[in-house]
Design a protein around this ligand. Sequence first.
Ligand SMILES: C[S@@+](CC[C@H](N)C(=O)[O-])C[C@H]1O[C@@H](n2cnc3c(N)ncnc32)[C@H](O)[C@@H]1O
Length: 213
Amino acid sequence: MRLRNVKNKEEILNSSEYLVKVPEDNIGKWADVFGNNNPIYIEIGMGKGKFIIENAIKYPNINFIGIEKFDSVLARSLPKIPQGLNNLLIIRMDALNIENVFFNEIDRIYLNFSDPWPKARHHLRRLSSKVFLEKYDKIFKGKKEIYQRTDNQGLYIYSLMSYSEYGYVLSDISFNLHGDKEDLITTEYEDKFSSKGMPIYSVVATKDVKTSK
Ligand SMILES: C[S@@+](CC[C@H](N)C(=O)[O-])C[C@H]1O[C@@H](n2cnc3c(N)ncnc32)[C@H](O)[C@@H]1O
């Protein structure tokens, strides 16, 4: 996501009640941070945050954590979060470090319109590559659930194969999510692509604890 630099971004980030400044301090303890044992769903690469904010408002009994690596993107999303949401937190980090922040406590991962890294030699940078699936193993609590949406057919096919090879079971496969389902909470990218009539691909990948590799 390319964004113009936001002038007062440090001030916006430092003053946000939602941004967790040292997330590593909470590893294994996110239930305590939220003060309940509700499921924890994370979105990796939340961008401007529409999806995770709307989910947090709609589902107060689920805890949501948005992850984003760029300050300038966060400086756009943080001011949009309404005050007083106690089931939403935001983390600034590269997902490469995700196993330093969570341990055995995540119930679902959302990957929405992740960077496709189209060059074959960069495939291990994709958030659905084996490199990341190995990291996700360490952070899931029990059953593993990855919900993915993308406009990018190449990334989609790659992801289906990557999940499948890693022992995930695929369901809810759609090559036209918006034709198949109504009342979806959408992301910024999704709105942009679907308004141009482009298809949205989606999949739910799950893996039971018993069948773990
Ligand atoms: C194409 S945008 C999609 C944003 C949003 N999910 C949407 O659908 O509108 C991808 C976002 O993921 C973030 N991102 C990409 N790789 C990441 C990583 N390894 N860790 C954290 N964020 C990442 C990018 O900075 C960017 O904001």
